[in-house]
Design a protein around this ligand. Structure first.
Ligand code: MN
Length: 418
């Protein structure tokens, strides 16, 4: 293990082994690229202006208000810059920042406002958890096979709405839409009564590809910068009425929350694992040939307005893992571009709801409460089938194993407002 000269609290999401990238501002000033370390943010713009990235890349890449130029530069630059950041923060490393007076380069995270760290041109959401797809199949098509025939052959997905992706902490306005209960003769229009979460992870792309030339699955590592948490808020009533035959639309597009820090594949390397066995074997263009599972542990916490008023701590309502996701991120990227469609720097590809097979390991309320039939009992006596106004949901993700330092993803949090 390496050590930083900066104090990093035990159990922090952001020890020196992590070094995730984000975009922050202080006191409504310009947006800056930063790297989280313990309770601080290393101001990459200030480091670039001081010339300490000059042997890594063009200064402009790290002086930008978004990560896109840096993402476009590719893996060799990502790795060189990350190694330099590590050197600047390491006990026995480069003492430039330390000697210059840390105050000029390190900002308290509590003082910073975090932003969506890249301009997201395109956003895709997959459906890659076999447990989730099976559960929803049972709920929506009780008299048919839970999985549709294509599911084990390709990573099913849809194109989402990048303009409504918001960062951790942004309030979520309850969407309105057409709602039609199964026994009602006609729909009406009004606020969703079945507002749900979807616990997901997403990856952010780097250089991307030319139109007409997909990204081969073997090249995925050159194009995936890192991972973050995603909450794909879902209005189940709007979704159920609108989704056939063309798929998710307004039931999803009102808001998607992401965590502010992108954890790089390099930081996740100690936690890379073999994925689940795939049967039937994938077609050749989806055969990744290396391990693409990541052992990320995930949780969902809920705190209602009443819990908050009474000082009751958020309650964990789900605990699951990313490691067994059926279709991995390399397969998702290869499939999404296999027809020649373009992935650009800063695009977001989300996994789809991540669910396990045991009770309490599902990533959505519709599964946890079995379509609302078995509401969750909260410690203060309240019950929840779907989200009420004032409810706050927090997603967390972290990696830990023996002989490695724990790293985390921070939070993807949102409170429902009307
Ligand atoms: Mn989703």
């Amino acid at each position: 293990m390496i050590e930083s000269w900066l104090p990093v609290p035990n159990g922090s999401d952001f020890p020196i082994e992590n070094l995730p990238f984000g975009v922050f501002s202080v006191d409504a000033s310009i947006r800056r690229i930063g790297v989280a370390i313990g309770e601080k943010i290393l101001d990459c713009r200030a480091v670039a202006e001081a010339g300490w990235f000059d042997d890594c890349c063009e200064r402009e890449l790290l002086e930008a208000p978004v990560l896109n130029p840096f993402l476009a530069a590719g893996r060799a630059v990502w790795q060189t810059v990350r190694a330099r950041v590590s050197e600047l923060l390491r006990v026995d490393g480069d003492s430039h920042v330390r000697e210059a007076g840390a105050d000029n380069f390190l900002i308290d995270r509590t003082r910073a406002t975090m932003h969506v760290p890249m301009e997201i041109g395109d956003y895709v959401d997959f459906y890659s958890s076999i447990e989730h797809a099976t559960n929803l199949g049972r709920l929506f098509r009780p008299n048919a096979d839970a999985l549709l025939p294509n599911w084990r052959w390709l990573p099913v997905g849809y194109h989402g709405r990048s303009s409504t992706i918001v960062v951790d902490g942004t309030p979520i306005r309850r969407p309105c839409g057409q709602r039609k209960p199964p026994d009602a003769p006609a729909p009406d229009f009004g606020p969703s009564r079945r507002l749900d979460i979807e616990l997901e992870m997403g990856f952010v792309t780097g250089p991307g590809n030319e139109l007409g030339h997909g990204i081969p699955v073997q090249d995925a590592r050159e194009h995936i910068f890192g991972l973050l948490l995603v909450n794909d808020w879902s209005a189940r009533d709007i979704q159920a009425w609108e989704y056939q035959p063309l798929g998710p639309f307004l039931g999803k597009s009102f808001a998607t929350t992401i965590s502010p820090w992108i954890v790089t594949l390099d930081a996740l390397e100690p936690f890379r694992v073999e994925g689940p066995r795939q049967e039937p074997p994938p077609l050749a263009y989806l055969r990744a040939g290396e391990n693409w599972g990541y052992d990320v542990q995930l949780s969902v916490e809920l705190q209602t307005a009443r819990m908050r008023e009474r000082g009751v701590a958020p309650q964990r309502i789900s605990r699951t893992s990313f490691r067994d996701l059926y279709w991995n991120v390399a397969q998702q990227l290869a499939h999404a571009t296999s027809n020649g469609a373009v992935a650009r720097p800063g695009d977001l590809f989300a996994s789809g709801t991540i669910s396990g097979s045991d009770p309490g390991t599902q990533g959505s309320l519709i599964e946890l409460t079995w379509n609302g039939e078995r509401p969750i009992e909260l410690t203060d006596g309240e019950k929840r089938a779907f989200l009420e106004d004032g409810d706050e949901v927090t997603l967390r993700g972290w990696c830990e194993k023996p002989h490695a330092r724990r790293i985390g993803f921070g939070t993807a949090r949102g409170r429902i407002v009307d």
